[in-house]
Design a protein around this ligand. Structure first.
Ligand code: NOJ
Length: 448
């Protein structure tokens, strides 16, 4: 076998190498320090919505163990750490007064990052809306924009030391899964509610940028998008058209309004409803913001064919298992070329200053045997995807960082604790952490 020439140093001295986590998936301590419930605490009580009825209540107890966990991040050689702020911890009433204990927790976490030489990348919203705001309509209410600006302001004023912000995590993820398909919190399933949530999230991502820039002028601001290369199953015109429709929802829905282009047009009139709302200059400008960087989060490509039985979108996925391609434990296709293609595609918009890969990683069925997790498939995954990233760099894409998802096995939303994405194995009964072979691989890779 040819030895890979992949080297971390080739990405440059200033490159941010990090791991990413989020509050709801890691912190636990949901009733401590004055925190109120988030939509995930409440959603998880419903029957049958989360595998094995798992709850985020304790997760991997990051709230109490963050000092040790940050030491692990450092020991694995990373120089940056991405986490999110729990809105319910900072503003238990959703709006109004900040909770001093919640603020103190994040200030200490930020200080600890700096003390260890880790650059904090802080996400404002990673899917955990306070339940009190859900009760008032949540993302489907126009009031969300006022509530979100207030949350952003409280964070900006209290955490001015943070110099890298991510406004929203995967808006197409939380609007589609939570408001159209109903498989994530808050479990809503209406087209009208989905379109409203999309509209409000598109405004919120720009609003968040404006608030952060106003209160911390010297900070770098970005926002993160999930994206996947959409590949037509055949080269028939109908499959190509179907792929275009899916692409609109998966890749274009949020970046284009942010870039000032308004919502994208489709050939079935699905987003025209939104366009009617947003074509006016007022709305288009509300959704536009000049980000310092765009966060790309990619895991797999999607292969699509025309399907007249699917209402409106008339397209469906040709699943990886039916195409007999390599997959992760999530059933997601492993395809590093498609990672390169989607990054190239975003860069081609021409209006993006810098791209950071704010998430990429893989779940596998890990086993802990005699204190060791041999997760060679994960190592292979990272190596292939990083090689693809190197090709993007050579093509001229301005890349600022790469964050592996994720530090340790955690609460994977509707998958509960079944899907393990971590570089560190977590025994959920004892909270014992065991660095997987992939974690050691990263440590060696980052020894620059
Ligand atoms: C996207 C989300 O941002 C994150 O919360 C999730 O755990 C990973 N992808 C893996 O599914």
């Amino acid at each position: 076998m040819v030895k890979s020439a992949l080297q971390a140093s080739a990405f440059g001295k200033e490159f941010h190498w990090g791991v990413a986590i989020s509050a709801a998936q890691n912190e636990g301590a949901v009733l401590e320090g004055g925190r109120s419930n988030s939509i995930w605490d409440v959603f998880a009580r419903r029957k049958g919505v989360i595998k094995k009825a798992a709850k985020p209540s304790t997760a991997c107890d990051f709230f109490h163990r963050y000092r040790d966990d940050l030491l692990l991040v450092k020991a694995l050689g990373f120089n940056s750490f991405r986490f999110s702020i729990s809105w319910s911890r900072v503003l238990p009433d959703g709006s109004g007064k900040a909770n001093p204990a919640g603020i103190a927790f994040y200030q200490e976490l930020i200080d600890e990052c700096y003390a260890l030489g880790l650059t904090p990348f802080v996400t404002l919203y990673h899917w955990d809306l306070p339940q009190v705001l859900q009760a008032e309509g949540g993302w489907e209410s126009p009031l969300i924009n006022r509530w979100f600006r207030h949350f952003a302001k409280v964070c900006a004023k209290n955490f001015p030391a943070v110099k890298h912000w991510i406004v929203l995590n995967e808006p197409s993820g939380f609007t589609t899964l939570g408001h159209l398909l109903g498989i994530h919190a808050p479990g809503r399933r209406t087209m009208d509610g989905f379109l409203k949530a999309v509209h409000h999230a598109a405004i919120a991502q720009a609003d968040g940028g404006r608030v952060l820039r106003q209160y911390i002028p010297d900070t770098k601001i970005g926002t993160s998008f999930s994206c996947s290369e959409v590949i037509p199953f055949t080269d028939s015109p109908s499959d190509i058209a179907a792929a275009k429709r899916i692409d609109l929802f998966i890749n274009r829905l949020f970046i284009e309004p942010l870039l000032g282009k308004g919502f994208p047009e489709d050939d079935r009139g699905i987003v025209q409803k939104m366009n009617r709302l947003n074509k006016s200059w007022k709305y288009a400008s509300q959704m536009q913001f000049d980000m310092d960087f765009i966060g790309i989060q990619n895991y797999f490509p999607i292969v699509v064919k025309q399907n007249p039985f699917i209402p409106l979108i008339q397209a469906s996925e040709v699943k990886p298992k039916d195409r007999k391609v390599p997959v992760t434990a999530m059933g997601w296709e492993i395809n590093a070329d498609s990672f390169q293609h989607i990054i190239r595609r975003f860069w081609k918009y021409g209006a993006i200053k810098e791209i950071m890969v704010t998430e990429n990683g893989a779940a596998f069925k890990d086993t802990l045997q005699q204190g060791r997790v041999n997760d060679q498939p994960r190592i292979d995954y990272y190596r292939q995807y990083l090689e693809a990233l190197m090709r993007c760099k050579r093509e001229g894409v301005k890349l600022g960082g790469y964050f592996a998802w994720t530090l340790m096995d955690n609460f994977e939303w509707a998958e509960g604790y079944e899907a393990r994405f971590g570089l560190v194995h977590v025994d959920l009964k004892t909270q014992l952490r065991t660095v997987k072979d992939s974690g050691f691989w990263w440590r060696d890779f980052l020894k620059i």
